[in-house]
Ligand binder design. Structure first.
Ligand code: ATP
Ligand code: MG
Ligand code: MG
Ligand code: MG
Length: 341
């Protein structure tokens, strides 16, 4: 069986995707699959690499493949394959690629169109979480037009409903790209302008002093949940550099918390996954205060698979190796595809 790995992509998480793809490709190759790498450039060109039969030694091997421009990405449909879209962020994790694969009638790993779009959009997912009764930090959401028409009243809404520091985020993004922490009104305005570079929809959240805990969900209808992990960091804000450049963050897996607390986090993670109608996989992120109050932060329907990534590490500590995890994701994709037929 063949696995097509889509990686790179046009989002700000292009580099992260390449690192993730390297690990996923190797796991699939070790699992006995042949791997068809397809690299999507930052400009959106689809480039097809040599078919892989043996594990790669280093990320550079993936970058060093002979790549051939695909005149028509739709030709993917002619191959008997399961697609693993290891793409993060807009145009990858947000339902667009999923819609394309759906039209091609190909099995693919992860959530479908609606779940991907809802999970990626921090405003929509907050509304779904609210409906599911999940606790969240207070927030205010608006779009570019609303901000431009009446900036003053949106500042007032933020300052009237939320306490500084505020976290300002583009609704559709990941890896902390476009997110800033604002301590005052001047910084709030700056932060909104920064976030607007990445998306026209913005969410402003009340900042919280808390530990960040993450949990992994796996499955379609029958869901499994991993042990809970905690990010061990010295700065308050887990930004892009900390995630992938300096990697100043380590993980505590499983987190040392009372069982009643981790049980609740796991329960909330499953509810969040169901709230967006997810399938395949998701990593659900939480804030946990020193009093053990729990707030859901967000859901990631295609979490990172880099060597620093929490999702595969959570499963490894739950007893599922990286290779078996990738195998399970492929099987879930095939089952989901059959269920849709
Ligand atoms: P990814 O998809 O890579 O996990 P993301 O770009 O979707 O990240 P978030 O997880 O929402 O972004 O936020 C990034 C980081 O910013 C968090 O991990 C946390 O360190 C900090 N952060 C976000 N929101 C808050 C908040 N309300 N209070 C305190 N810190 C926050
Ligand atoms: Mg995210
Ligand atoms: Mg993400
Ligand atoms: Mg996050």
């Amino acid at each position: 069986m063949n696995v097509t790995i889509l990686y790179g992509g046009q989002s700000a998480e292009h580099e992260v995707s390449i690192l993730s793809a390297f690990n996923v490709a190797n796991a699939a190759l070790e699992g006995g699959y042949t791997v068809q790498p397809i690299f999507i450039t930052k400009e959106g060109q689809w480039l097809k690499g040599d078919l892989l039969n043996e594990p790669l030694n280093q990320v550079e091997d993936l970058e060093g493949l002979t790549l051939e421009r695909m005149a028509n990405p739709g030709e993917l449909a002619e191959v008997d394959t399961v697609v693993f879209p290891v793409l993060h962020g807009p145009n990858g994790e947000d339902g667009t690629i999923q819609g394309f694969l759906e039209v091609l009638n190909l099995p693919y790993v992860g959530s479908g169109v609606t779940a991907s779009a809802c999970g990626m959009d921090k405003i929509i997912s907050k509304q779904l979480f609210e409906k599911a009764g999940l606790p969240q930090v207070p927030y205010v959401a608006f779009n570019r037009r609303q901000w431009q028409e009446d900036q003053e009243s949106w500042i007032q809404k933020c300052e009237g409903n939320l306490l500084y520091p505020l976290f300002v985020k583009p609704a559709n993004m990941g890896s902390s790209v476009g997110i800033s922490c604002a301590e005052n009104q001047e910084e709030l305005i700056e932060a909104v302008l920064e976030a607007l570079i990445y998306d026209s929809r913005i969410v402003v959240e009340q900042g919280i002093t808390a530990d960040e805990c993450e949990v992994a969900v796996l499955g379609n209808d029958d869901l499994s949940v991993s042990v809970v992990g905690r990010l061990v960091k010295d700065a308050q804000f887990y930004d892009y550099d900390q995630k992938y450049i300096n990697n100043t963050v380590t993980m505590e897996i499983p987190v040392q918390l009372p069982e009643a607390v981790t049980d609740k986090i796991q329960k909330y993670a499953l509810q969040a996954f169901q709230a967006i109608d997810g399938s395949g996989l998701s990593r659900v992120d939480f804030f946990v205060t020193s009093n053990h109050d729990i707030y859901i932060n967000e859901i990631n329907t295609m979490p990172g698979f880099t060597k620093f990534s929490m999702y595969p590490e959570l499963w490894r500590h739950t007893g599922l190796s990286f290779r078996d995890l990738v195998e399970e994701l492929i099987q879930l994709a095939l089952r989901q595809h059959r269920a849709r037929q």
